[in-house]
Design a protein around this ligand. Structure first.
Ligand SMILES: [Zn+2]
Length: 103
């Protein structure tokens, strides 16, 4: 595996790390954040199949050795809905994390 390659926790596909979502257990706060910070990281394809599998089998929690909350999964589903098709559920406005930058 090349240095900048990472592996999806669900399908085990390896690819350059910028093709994946990065879920990080922040080294400083111990909380789970997306895309940023230093700490233990898990990588996931931005695909419904991989997100579903990761959520069902709780793979992110295992890899990160920390509980990954529903909020994180919701945020990822929300992200997916923004990049592919329009949102189909109504409660996406609830997603918020103090650790995420506000755009
Ligand atoms: Zn994958």
């Amino acid at each position: 595996m090349e240095p900048n390659y990472r592996r999806c926790v669900s399908c085990r596909r390896s690819a350059p790390k910028d093709e994946f979502w990065r879920v990080v257990k922040s080294h400083s706060s111990g909380t789970i954040v997306l895309d940023q910070g230093m700490g233990r990281s898990a990588y996931l394809c931005p695909k419904p199949e991989c997100l579903t599998a990761a959520q069902k089998k709780d793979r992110l929690s295992r890899v990160l050795k920390a509980a990954v909350s529903d909020q994180i999964y919701k945020a990822l589903w929300h992200r997916l809905s923004e990049t592919t098709s329009p949102p189909t559920t109504g409660d996406l406005g609830l997603i918020a994390s103090p650790n995420l930058p506000t755009n």
